[in-house]
Design a protein around this ligand. Structure first.
Ligand code: DGL
Length: 268
């Protein structure tokens, strides 16, 4: 494959700000990589959309973004979009696509009790993709799942500096623990990219005997691997954030995104 131009960006895509939890560790590995971070605020929350809707919406939107920003690689930094639409996106677009799928494999290696919790969106936890990951990598273990839309709202609020309702956190943990066998959970997979933004709150509610894991570091390593040997700018270029236009949800203040190396916001 021809080498990309040094200024060809990596495109990150999520319904909202959750994908920043994947951008963070990627920036640490590739500090000068040009970044376009795209959030589909007009479609948030994905977790409450149907499979058909997402299987059509995500490839179409990514197609527009790829045409506009000409990235060298695209990262679907969203478990909901990845578990539903990754194959559709790969079929539709001619560039490397990295997906984000629940970290069930590392969780199965970590658990001592043999009971793993998976906390995702409602759409993610019902996916056959999750059945498949559990059958392949957590054979003989119990995988309990719970979908929490409240955590998505809570994570968006927290990043904007607004308070997070403690009842939402408690309900999310109870949604796993209150299932039969749930009190033996010793590893919880954060299977939505928004949820690591609430890791401290979730850890406090789950207690010290539970380990929380997510896939962000592994995805960052995969991105670095796939772009190995490619040219990058000599110094870091400020990133761009793109939001699909939503009447109810304006883009966040730039200060929210600045810690992730973003200094410009566009609305499309
Ligand atoms: N951040 C997304 C995920 O990883 C979903 C949030 C939503 O739009 O419901 O699943």
């Amino acid at each position: 494959m021809q080498s990309p131009a040094p200024d060809a960006p990596i495109l990150f895509f999520d319904s909202g700000l959750g994908g920043l939890t994947v951008l963070g560790p990627t920036r640490a590995l590739l500090p000068t990589a040009p970044i376009v971070y795209a959030a589909d605020y007009a479609g948030l929350p994905y977790g409450q959309k149907s499979e058909d809707e997402l299987a059509a919406r995500v490839p179409a939107l990514l197609g527009r973004l790829v045409e506009r920003y000409q990235p060298r690689l695209a990262v679907i930094a969203c478990n909901t979009a990845s578990t539903i639409a990754l194959a559709h996106v790969r079929a539709a677009l001619d560039l490397p696509i990295v997906g984000t799928v629940p970290a069930i494999k590392p969780a199965a290696k970590l658990t001592k009790s043999g009971v793993i919790g998976v906390l995702g969106t409602e759409a993610t936890v019902r996916q056959p993709y999750v059945d498949d990951l559990s059958a392949r990598f957590a054979d003989g273990k119990t995988v309990l799942r719970h979908g929490s839309p409240g955590l998505v709202t809570g994570a968006e609020a927290k990043l904007r500096g607004e308070p997070v309702d403690p009842a939402v956190i408690a309900r999310a943990i109870a949604g796993l623990r209150d299932q039969p066998g749930g009190d033996a959970i010793d590893v919880i997979v954060l299977a939505c990219t928004h949820f690591p933004l609430l890791a401290d709150e979730l850890q406090t509610a789950a207690g010290p005997g539970v380990k929380l894991i997510d896939g962000a570091d592994g995805i960052a390593r995969r991105i670095a691997d796939l772009t190995k040997g490619q040219p990058w700018p000599a110094v870091a270029t400020p990133g761009l954030a793109v939001f699909t236009r939503s009447a109810e949800r304006p883009p966040p203040p730039l200060a929210t995104l600045a810690p992730y190396g973003i200094d410009r916001i566009e609305t499309i």
